[in-house]
Design a protein around this ligand. Sequence first.
Ligand code: GUN
Length: 284
Amino acid sequence: MTAQLIDGNALSRQLRAEVKARAARLRAAGTTPGLAVVLVGDNPASQVYVRNKVKACEDAGLHSVLEKYDAALTEAELLARIDTLNRDPAIHGILVQLPLPPHIDDHKVIEAISPAKDVDGFHVASAGALLVGQPGFKPCTPYGCMKMLESIGMVDLRGKHAVVIGRSNIVGKPMALMLLAANATVTVCHSGTADLAHFTRDADVVVAAVGKRNVLTAGMVKPGAVVIDVGMNRDDGGKLCGDVDFAGVREVASHITPVPGGVGPMTITMLLVNTLEAAERAAA
Ligand code: GUN
């Protein structure tokens, strides 16, 4: 069996069109959804990411402001800027691009963002809301993975075993909670899990989010499983690749997300969804 691709670009186009329509309705009612993107320093990857986020906002009819600061910005200055954005009624979402320069405490900065504007879903209040099943903002990457599962009809995962490989605060842990909320039986593994294949071979859904090539190979996958690849790596030829041995696993899985064109575009899409939702809540 050759797996069907779950096309993150196509699903993103569809979801972004919905965001655009909802944003137009909100604008007509007097509220323009606004996102502030804050970048400190000149990390080249971060510069590309924030440019893409701002462009995606423009395309969807959201207002965005990109605030770029020199790497020498102090923590106190950044916290003061966030305080101002928290109180700015034209701004509904605040995103501080990570990583921050080493003299700034990421955690302190994230906690300074109002939970009502935490469209990255990184605040402790957002993480807590997800844990206890209360409304809050979900981290964009795992939220996008859930939408990809929904797009192939996997909404209620009762009776299904989902294995998450990776336990970061921004992907692995929230992913596990969202899968649990969808009634899956969830196992969280990491790159150091002994006999990882023992777990993955039993899984109906595998989400790989380690940041290392070939974490998941064909022999580790149950025939017919659904495989979501969150990884973003480079192969020996410098080509973008995920955590999954795509060529091998696609011959075993029923559905698989490609890299590029899979989870990647969904992350920004869910940022737009969260920003729109923040604006809708503020306007309600
Ligand atoms: N750096 C890498 N990914 C992300 C993300 O999703 N949000 C923020 N704020 N920074 C990041």
